[in-house]
Design a protein around this ligand. Structure first.
Ligand code: OOG
Ligand code: NI
Length: 267
Protein backbone atom coordinates (compact mmCIF):
# COMPACT_ATOMS: atom_id res chain seq x y z
CA UNK A 1 0.00 0.00 0.00
CA UNK A 2 1.08 3.57 -0.57
CA UNK A 3 2.15 5.64 2.44
CA UNK A 4 2.09 8.96 0.56
CA UNK A 5 -1.37 10.35 -0.17
CA UNK A 6 -0.24 12.58 -3.05
CA UNK A 7 1.52 9.69 -4.77
CA UNK A 8 -1.63 7.56 -4.50
CA UNK A 9 -3.80 10.27 -6.08
CA UNK A 10 -1.28 11.00 -8.84
CA UNK A 11 -1.39 7.33 -9.85
CA UNK A 12 -5.20 7.23 -9.68
CA UNK A 13 -5.32 10.38 -11.84
CA UNK A 14 -2.95 9.07 -14.55
CA UNK A 15 -4.85 5.79 -14.69
CA UNK A 16 -8.18 7.68 -14.99
CA UNK A 17 -6.79 9.83 -17.83
CA UNK A 18 -5.91 6.69 -19.81
CA UNK A 19 -9.63 5.93 -20.28
CA UNK A 20 -11.07 9.45 -19.90
CA UNK A 21 -9.51 11.62 -22.62
CA UNK A 22 -12.19 14.31 -22.12
CA UNK A 23 -10.82 15.13 -18.65
CA UNK A 24 -8.03 17.30 -20.07
CA UNK A 25 -10.56 19.32 -22.08
CA UNK A 26 -12.69 19.83 -18.96
CA UNK A 27 -9.67 21.41 -17.26
CA UNK A 28 -9.01 23.71 -20.22
CA UNK A 29 -12.64 24.79 -20.24
CA UNK A 30 -13.06 25.46 -16.51
CA UNK A 31 -9.62 26.33 -15.15
CA UNK A 32 -7.94 29.73 -14.99
CA UNK A 33 -4.72 30.20 -16.94
CA UNK A 34 -2.53 28.64 -14.26
CA UNK A 35 -5.08 25.83 -13.61
CA UNK A 36 -4.30 26.10 -9.89
CA UNK A 37 -8.02 26.52 -9.20
CA UNK A 38 -8.90 22.96 -10.31
CA UNK A 39 -9.28 21.26 -6.92
CA UNK A 40 -10.73 17.76 -6.52
CA UNK A 41 -13.77 17.62 -4.26
CA UNK A 42 -13.78 13.82 -4.30
CA UNK A 43 -13.20 10.66 -6.30
CA UNK A 44 -15.23 7.44 -6.35
CA UNK A 45 -14.42 3.75 -6.69
CA UNK A 46 -16.63 0.69 -7.12
CA UNK A 47 -16.39 -2.99 -6.18
CA UNK A 48 -18.34 -6.19 -5.43
CA UNK A 49 -19.07 -7.20 -1.82
CA UNK A 50 -17.03 -10.42 -1.91
CA UNK A 51 -14.73 -10.92 1.09
CA UNK A 52 -11.59 -10.82 -1.10
CA UNK A 53 -12.25 -7.39 -2.65
CA UNK A 54 -15.10 -5.78 -0.64
CA UNK A 55 -15.41 -2.07 0.19
CA UNK A 56 -13.20 -2.45 3.27
CA UNK A 57 -10.36 -3.90 1.17
CA UNK A 58 -10.36 -0.75 -0.96
CA UNK A 59 -10.82 1.47 2.10
CA UNK A 60 -7.70 -0.02 3.72
CA UNK A 61 -5.56 1.67 1.05
CA UNK A 62 -7.03 5.08 1.94
CA UNK A 63 -6.83 4.45 5.71
CA UNK A 64 -3.12 3.68 5.20
CA UNK A 65 -2.61 7.27 4.00
CA UNK A 66 -4.68 8.82 6.82
CA UNK A 67 -8.32 8.67 5.70
CA UNK A 68 -11.15 8.14 8.19
CA UNK A 69 -14.62 6.70 7.66
CA UNK A 70 -17.29 9.43 7.83
CA UNK A 71 -20.67 8.36 6.42
CA UNK A 72 -22.64 5.47 4.94
CA UNK A 73 -25.30 5.30 2.23
CA UNK A 74 -27.85 2.73 1.01
CA UNK A 75 -29.15 2.39 -2.55
CA UNK A 76 -31.91 -0.21 -2.39
CA UNK A 77 -33.02 -0.29 -6.02
CA UNK A 78 -29.45 -0.49 -7.34
CA UNK A 79 -28.48 -3.03 -4.61
CA UNK A 80 -25.51 -0.91 -3.54
CA UNK A 81 -23.96 0.10 -0.24
CA UNK A 82 -21.40 2.91 0.12
CA UNK A 83 -19.21 4.76 2.59
CA UNK A 84 -17.34 8.02 2.33
CA UNK A 85 -13.94 8.85 3.79
CA UNK A 86 -12.21 12.12 4.65
CA UNK A 87 -8.59 13.09 5.29
CA UNK A 88 -7.60 15.28 8.28
CA UNK A 89 -6.00 17.60 5.69
CA UNK A 90 -9.16 19.26 4.32
CA UNK A 91 -7.39 19.95 0.99
CA UNK A 92 -7.25 16.24 0.17
CA UNK A 93 -10.19 14.92 -1.87
CA UNK A 94 -12.97 13.03 -0.15
CA UNK A 95 -13.36 9.39 -1.21
CA UNK A 96 -16.66 7.62 -2.01
CA UNK A 97 -16.52 3.80 -2.22
CA UNK A 98 -19.51 1.64 -3.13
CA UNK A 99 -20.05 -2.12 -3.45
CA UNK A 100 -22.67 -4.26 -5.22
CA UNK A 101 -24.60 -6.49 -2.79
CA UNK A 102 -24.25 -9.77 -4.68
CA UNK A 103 -26.56 -11.83 -2.47
CA UNK A 104 -29.44 -9.68 -3.75
CA UNK A 105 -28.54 -10.39 -7.40
CA UNK A 106 -29.44 -13.38 -9.61
CA UNK A 107 -27.55 -16.66 -9.27
CA UNK A 108 -26.25 -16.20 -12.81
CA UNK A 109 -24.76 -12.78 -12.00
CA UNK A 110 -23.26 -14.13 -8.77
CA UNK A 111 -21.69 -17.03 -10.65
CA UNK A 112 -20.17 -14.76 -13.33
CA UNK A 113 -18.74 -12.30 -10.81
CA UNK A 114 -17.38 -15.04 -8.54
CA UNK A 115 -15.52 -16.57 -11.49
CA UNK A 116 -13.97 -13.21 -12.47
CA UNK A 117 -12.92 -12.39 -8.92
CA UNK A 118 -11.39 -15.86 -8.41
CA UNK A 119 -8.80 -14.88 -11.05
CA UNK A 120 -7.39 -12.03 -8.90
CA UNK A 121 -4.15 -13.09 -7.19
CA UNK A 122 -4.50 -12.70 -3.39
CA UNK A 123 -1.47 -10.43 -3.13
CA UNK A 124 -2.85 -8.06 -5.80
CA UNK A 125 -5.36 -6.70 -3.29
CA UNK A 126 -2.76 -5.26 -0.92
CA UNK A 127 -0.27 -4.23 -3.63
CA UNK A 128 0.51 -0.50 -4.02
CA UNK A 129 -1.30 -0.36 -7.34
CA UNK A 130 -4.49 -2.24 -6.41
CA UNK A 131 -6.78 0.83 -6.54
CA UNK A 132 -5.68 1.53 -10.12
CA UNK A 133 -5.04 -2.03 -11.29
CA UNK A 134 -8.10 -2.33 -13.57
CA UNK A 135 -9.25 -5.86 -14.31
CA UNK A 136 -7.47 -9.10 -13.40
CA UNK A 137 -9.52 -11.24 -15.78
CA UNK A 138 -10.57 -11.46 -19.41
CA UNK A 139 -14.23 -11.43 -20.39
CA UNK A 140 -16.17 -12.01 -23.60
CA UNK A 141 -18.78 -9.67 -24.96
CA UNK A 142 -21.73 -11.95 -24.17
CA UNK A 143 -20.77 -12.00 -20.49
CA UNK A 144 -20.68 -8.19 -20.44
CA UNK A 145 -24.14 -8.09 -22.05
CA UNK A 146 -25.51 -10.62 -19.53
CA UNK A 147 -24.32 -8.45 -16.64
CA UNK A 148 -25.58 -5.27 -18.33
CA UNK A 149 -29.10 -6.70 -18.63
CA UNK A 150 -29.29 -7.00 -14.85
CA UNK A 151 -26.97 -4.32 -13.42
CA UNK A 152 -25.20 -1.47 -15.25
CA UNK A 153 -22.94 -1.23 -12.21
CA UNK A 154 -21.90 -4.90 -12.42
CA UNK A 155 -21.17 -4.60 -16.15
CA UNK A 156 -19.08 -1.46 -15.65
CA UNK A 157 -17.13 -3.05 -12.81
CA UNK A 158 -16.47 -6.23 -14.81
CA UNK A 159 -15.26 -4.18 -17.79
CA UNK A 160 -13.10 -1.57 -16.01
CA UNK A 161 -12.26 -3.07 -12.62
CA UNK A 162 -10.38 -1.19 -9.94
CA UNK A 163 -9.85 2.49 -10.80
CA UNK A 164 -11.37 5.88 -9.99
CA UNK A 165 -14.62 6.01 -11.96
CA UNK A 166 -14.70 9.80 -11.67
CA UNK A 167 -12.84 12.80 -10.35
CA UNK A 168 -14.88 15.81 -9.22
CA UNK A 169 -14.13 19.49 -9.77
CA UNK A 170 -14.82 21.65 -6.70
CA UNK A 171 -16.96 24.47 -8.14
CA UNK A 172 -16.34 26.49 -4.96
CA UNK A 173 -12.63 26.71 -5.84
CA UNK A 174 -13.07 27.81 -9.48
CA UNK A 175 -12.06 31.40 -10.23
CA UNK A 176 -14.04 31.86 -13.44
CA UNK A 177 -17.36 30.37 -12.31
CA UNK A 178 -19.61 30.84 -9.32
CA UNK A 179 -22.66 28.64 -9.87
CA UNK A 180 -23.14 25.08 -11.08
CA UNK A 181 -25.54 26.44 -13.73
CA UNK A 182 -22.66 28.49 -15.18
CA UNK A 183 -20.37 25.44 -15.18
CA UNK A 184 -23.01 23.28 -16.88
CA UNK A 185 -23.59 25.93 -19.55
CA UNK A 186 -19.85 26.15 -20.31
CA UNK A 187 -19.68 22.35 -20.58
CA UNK A 188 -22.65 22.19 -22.95
CA UNK A 189 -21.26 25.08 -25.03
CA UNK A 190 -18.02 23.08 -25.19
CA UNK A 191 -19.88 20.10 -26.65
CA UNK A 192 -20.09 17.90 -23.54
CA UNK A 193 -23.16 15.76 -22.84
CA UNK A 194 -24.41 15.97 -19.26
CA UNK A 195 -26.09 13.26 -17.20
CA UNK A 196 -29.74 14.39 -17.12
CA UNK A 197 -31.04 11.63 -14.83
CA UNK A 198 -32.86 13.44 -12.02
CA UNK A 199 -32.22 16.76 -13.83
CA UNK A 200 -28.90 18.33 -14.84
CA UNK A 201 -28.40 19.52 -11.26
CA UNK A 202 -28.84 16.97 -8.49
CA UNK A 203 -29.39 18.30 -4.96
CA UNK A 204 -29.87 21.91 -3.86
CA UNK A 205 -28.70 24.59 -1.44
CA UNK A 206 -31.17 23.11 1.08
CA UNK A 207 -29.32 19.76 1.17
CA UNK A 208 -25.99 21.71 1.14
CA UNK A 209 -24.69 20.04 -2.04
CA UNK A 210 -25.34 20.53 -5.77
CA UNK A 211 -23.82 18.09 -8.27
CA UNK A 212 -23.73 17.54 -12.02
CA UNK A 213 -21.69 15.23 -14.23
CA UNK A 214 -20.75 14.47 -17.81
CA UNK A 215 -21.80 11.22 -19.47
CA UNK A 216 -18.87 8.79 -19.43
CA UNK A 217 -16.48 8.82 -22.38
CA UNK A 218 -16.98 6.00 -24.92
CA UNK A 219 -13.83 3.87 -25.17
CA UNK A 220 -13.00 0.73 -27.12
CA UNK A 221 -12.22 -2.18 -24.81
CA UNK A 222 -10.54 -5.39 -26.03
CA UNK A 223 -12.97 -8.14 -24.99
CA UNK A 224 -11.63 -11.70 -25.36
CA UNK A 225 -13.71 -12.16 -28.53
CA UNK A 226 -13.01 -8.76 -30.09
CA UNK A 227 -13.17 -5.04 -29.35
CA UNK A 228 -16.33 -3.12 -28.44
CA UNK A 229 -16.94 0.51 -27.53
CA UNK A 230 -18.53 1.05 -24.09
CA UNK A 231 -18.84 3.84 -21.44
CA UNK A 232 -15.69 4.31 -19.34
CA UNK A 233 -15.33 7.12 -16.79
CA UNK A 234 -16.83 10.60 -16.33
CA UNK A 235 -16.21 13.96 -14.67
CA UNK A 236 -18.36 15.38 -11.86
CA UNK A 237 -18.83 18.96 -10.60
CA UNK A 238 -19.80 19.75 -7.01
CA UNK A 239 -20.80 22.96 -5.29
CA UNK A 240 -20.94 22.76 -1.50
CA UNK A 241 -22.73 25.14 0.90
CA UNK A 242 -21.76 26.27 4.38
CA UNK A 243 -22.98 24.45 7.50
CA UNK A 244 -21.42 27.25 9.59
CA UNK A 245 -19.43 30.35 8.62
CA UNK A 246 -16.33 29.17 6.73
CA UNK A 247 -17.31 25.49 7.10
CA UNK A 248 -18.55 23.69 4.00
CA UNK A 249 -20.75 20.56 4.18
CA UNK A 250 -18.49 17.51 3.65
CA UNK A 251 -21.01 14.67 3.24
CA UNK A 252 -22.83 13.18 0.26
CA UNK A 253 -26.57 13.08 -0.54
CA UNK A 254 -27.93 9.57 -1.25
CA UNK A 255 -30.77 10.73 -3.55
CA UNK A 256 -28.26 12.63 -5.71
CA UNK A 257 -25.61 9.89 -5.65
CA UNK A 258 -28.26 7.46 -6.89
CA UNK A 259 -28.46 9.51 -10.11
CA UNK A 260 -24.69 10.16 -10.43
CA UNK A 261 -24.15 6.37 -10.68
CA UNK A 262 -26.06 6.54 -13.98
CA UNK A 263 -23.31 8.63 -15.64
CA UNK A 264 -21.77 5.33 -16.83
CA UNK A 265 -25.02 3.91 -18.25
CA UNK A 266 -25.14 2.59 -21.82
CA UNK A 267 -26.30 5.14 -24.37
C1 OOG B 1 -20.53 6.98 -7.41
C2 OOG B 1 -21.82 7.79 -7.53
C3 OOG B 1 -22.04 8.72 -6.33
C4 OOG B 1 -21.55 11.15 -5.65
O1 OOG B 1 -20.78 12.11 -5.71
O2 OOG B 1 -22.66 11.24 -5.09
C5 OOG B 1 -21.14 9.90 -6.32
C6 OOG B 1 -20.25 6.13 -8.61
O3 OOG B 1 -20.73 6.42 -9.71
O4 OOG B 1 -19.52 5.15 -8.43
O5 OOG B 1 -20.07 9.91 -6.85
NI1 NI C 1 -19.19 11.71 -7.07
Amino acid sequence: MHSNVNELFENLWQNYLEVTPSAKRVHQLLGSSQQADIINDHIALRTFNLEKIGLEKLAAHFKAVGYQECGEYHFEAKKLYAKHFEHPDRNQPKVFISELLLEQCSENLQRIVTELVAQIPDDAVTADNFLYSGTHWSMDHATYEALLAESEYAAWMAAWGFRANHFTVSVNALENFETLEQVNQALKDGGFLLNTSGGEIKGSKEVLLEQSSTLADLITLPFSDGPATIPSCFYEFARRYEVAPGMLYTGFVAASADKIFESTNAR
